[in-house]
Design a protein around this ligand. Structure first.
Ligand code: SF4
Length: 339
């Protein structure tokens, strides 16, 4: 989802991605974790993906670098469709796209020292010419704000923030183009969160990285993102530059999500929108618009037809029948919300 003028700057293009899992039994359909999602990631940007837990945001993050099987659709990364590549062929993709996970403790081998953990990518892909492995590892550990004495430590001897720094060092070891941060600061204390976010921001500038930043926490996504995609029940329902989304949120689900953010300097006029009902099961999603069972603006067409993701302003995409050209005038509520 980018204008034609921007196409030359696209690093990754997700096109009609579906990730389905088998249902528990014959009666239930497949679990549609991600269901026909398309968007582009531009070189050098941070694209935030936000939504409630179970909306498919982590699944799509993993699917984009083939850590998850893609049922249908394609992922064009650095000009190549990687969606059908065989396991062996993915080695080169992993060199250029890395992931930072939520729980650093769970993805660092407890039997390995920090040095051995950071060396792992070089064992698979080789050491760049002109530097020794030891030099490169020392450079990396310093780059993420640790000291060389940490290299001999084991994960259990580190704090949560230090473990995540080790995870980040491993992720940037091979100078990737893209780093996907999946709830990368969610398990950390607020003050440590801020330090790790600052580190990610510094690394982005120093190394020219592109990030996909996945989180359930809109506040965190706002702090780091250039553009934000909002997901609901396996669908992308709104994509916009972060500042546009903050000023004008069109989709009723985005409005509800944003109304839950406390306004430190606000005038108190934005009322919290409380959604009715539970999030439906992704193995039995509602007909038409996935959000219609909880939407305060649901109308007849919403139960029957899935709204497409449409560009309603330059760079601002929304999937909602309220903004269909023919129904816009009569149905538009007092939206977009502006503050
Ligand atoms: Fe609500 Fe209908 Fe828009 Fe879906 S399409 S978000 S149900 S108004």
């Amino acid at each position: 989802m980018s204008s034609d003028a921007d196409k030359k700057d696209v690093l990754l293009s997700a096109q009609h991605i579906k990730v389905y899992y088998k249902g528990k039994n014959r009666k239930t359909g497949p679990v549609r974790a991600v269901d026909d999602v398309s968007f582009d990631i531009m070189k050098g940007e941070t694209f935030g993906i936000v939504g409630e837990s179970g909306c498919g945001k982590s699944t799509i993050g993993r699917a984009l670098i083939r850590l998850e099987h893609i049922t249908d659709g394609s992922v064009i990364f650095r000009g190549q469709d990687i969606s059908k590549l065989k396991k062996k062929e993915l080695k080169d993709v992993r060199r250029h796209a890395q992931m930072v996970f939520q729980d650093p403790a769970a993805c660092l081998n407890p039997r390995r020292t920090v040095k051995q953990i950071i060396e792992e990518p070089f064992m698979i892909h080789g050491v760049p010419e002109g530097v020794s492995l030891d030099e490169r590892v020392e450079e990396l550990v310093k780059k993420v704000g640790l000291d060389t004495y940490h290299l001999s430590r084991y994960p259990h001897e580190l704090s949560g923030g230090q473990k995540q720094r080790v995870g980040i060092a491993r992720a940037i070891a091979l100078n990737p183009d893209l780093v996907i941060c999946d709830e990368a600061v969610s398990a950390l204390d607020v003050s440590v969160q801020a330090q790790v976010l600052n580190l990610l921001s510094d690394l982005k500038s120093d190394l020219g990285l592109t990030y996909i930043f996945i989180s359930h926490n809109l506040n965190v996504v706002y702090q780091v993102s250039d553009r934000v995609g909002v997901m609901y029940l396996g669908k992308m329902v709104e994509i916009a530059p972060y500042d546009r989304l903050y000023e004008k949120r069109y989709h009723p689900y985005t409005q509800a999500l944003l109304s839950a953010i406390p306004q430190v300097d606000g005038d108190g006029k934005t009322e919290r929108i409380r959604l009715k009902g539970e999030v439906p099961s992704p193995s039995d999603p509602p007909s038409g618009c996935r959000f219609h069972t909880r939407c305060p603006h649901c109308c007849e067409i919403c139960e029957k037809e899935m709204p497409p993701l449409r560009e309603i302003e330059p760079g601002h995409f929304v999937a909602c029948h309220l903004y269909d050209e023919q129904t816009e005038k009569e149905n538009t509520p007092e939206t977009p919300v502006t503050q």
